[in-house]
Design a protein around this ligand. Structure first.
Ligand SMILES: Cc1ncc(C[n+]2csc(CCOP(=O)(O)OP(=O)(O)O)c2C)c(N)n1
Ligand SMILES: [Mg+2]
Length: 331
């Protein structure tokens, strides 16, 4: 049986309860991001804001495949990973509003969500800068002799950065327990992958480090889940680092205020037909016998969760001015 068939087999066997939970998570992420956009336009969120709308299946499907002790780390498009790993929704929103009740105590903002008890190490703004950290976390688990692994997410743009090549190389040399996950959303800011990468096919890059790689439909939460599960199994079997390229698309701009002059409307409309939430919705209705009412009830519940999260964030205080120099190492 080919690897692809193993993955598809697993994707076919997922119980309805799990699919419904993934639906809830993906709707939560979508509504969280839409709410962030509103809070930003109300002037309540400072700095940059990068939305994950369109990519929900990646975070939800891959995080569903991890075991409790596994770690995750990503770049600045990081809200979905926090929500999928189970971070408190109110604390995530409070972080974006710079409040002391935020996930990073209001010090990080949108690009630096982190949840240490859940082994979510953030949220990094320097493109590719977190890849050596991912390798380091994997090295620490290997050193301790556990069977925990690391899911290290990155954008396609990261694969052109020096850190990418050093990190993949070292992970191969040391046989580290890590899955490198490229969220190929077709663009790095306004530059398409084929204009920025001499080898636009990511598998070529993985091959350069003798690494197992797979290309997966990143709009299908089930395929993402199955592929990540297989990759983690291989890592835990001692087969070394694995590489997944998840083909996806961001429906909105790179960050808020992006005029989107670099891509045509038709292209966006085409990708929106593959909305990851729509794909899962169709599977739930057509194959699992879910009713529209059942899904509406989930949507309504998520609306309530979001309203409570925004209220919590709004009503939370900003950090004390006296704490301005806390957590700063230089005197
Ligand atoms: C080292 C570095 N160079 C440039 C930038 C500016 N920058 C911010 S996001 C970005 C694009 C990255 O694209 P990609 O990795 O594909 O992630 P995506 O935004 O698509 O999720 C760039 C170049 C940066 N933050 N860090
Ligand atoms: Mg990208």
């Amino acid at each position: 049986m080919s690897e692809r068939e193993v993955g598809v087999g697993r994707a076919a066997d997922i119980p309805k309860e799990l699919l419904l939970d993934w639906y809830r998570q993906m709707v939560l992420i979508r509504k969280f991001e839409q709410s962030c956009s509103e809070q930003y336009q109300l002037g309540k969120i400072g700095g940059f804001l990068h939305l994950y709308i369109g990519q929900e299946a990646v975070a939800v499907g891959s995080i569903a495949a991890k075991q409790e002790g596994d770690h995750l780390i990503t770049a600045y498009r990081d809200h979905a990973h926090a929500l999928a790993v189970g971070s408190d929704v109110g604390a995530c929103m409070a972080e974006l509003l710079g409040k002391v009740t935020g996930l990073s105590k209001g010090r990080g903002g949108s690009m630096h969500l982190a949840d240490v008890p859940r082994r979510y190490w953030g949220g990094y703004a320097v493109v590719g800068g977190h890849l050596p950290l991912g390798a380091g976390i994997a090295l620490s688990e290997q050193y301790k002799g556990t069977d925990n692994a690391v899911l290290c997410y990155m954008g396609d743009g990261s694969t052109n950065i020096g850190y990418f090549h050093e990190s993949l190389n070292m992970s191969g040399v040391w046989n580290l327990p890590i899955v490198w996950i490229v969220e190929n959303n077709q663009y790095g800011m306004g530059t398409s992958v084929d204009r920025a990468s001499a080898a636009p096919d990511m598998a070529t890059k993985a091959k350069g480090y003798a690494m197992e790689s797979r290309q997966v439909d990143g709009m299908s939460v089930c395929d993402v889940y199955a592929a990540t599960l297989d990759a983690l199994d291989r890592v835990r079997a001692g087969e070394g680092p694995q590489f997944l390229e998840l083909i996806t698309y961001r429906f909105e701009g790179h960050s808020m205020g992006d005029p989107l002059r670099y891509r045509g409307k038709d292209e966006v409309v085409r990708w929106r037909e593959d909305d990851p939430i729509g794909i899962l919705e169709r599977r739930l209705v057509e194959k699992e016998g879910c009713t529209r009412e059942e899904l509406d009830a989930i949507d309504d519940n998520v609306e309530e969760v979001m309203a409570a999260a925004v209220k919590f964030a709004d009503e939370s205080p900003f950090p004390d001015l006296d704490s301005l120099y806390d957590n700063i190492y230089a005197s």
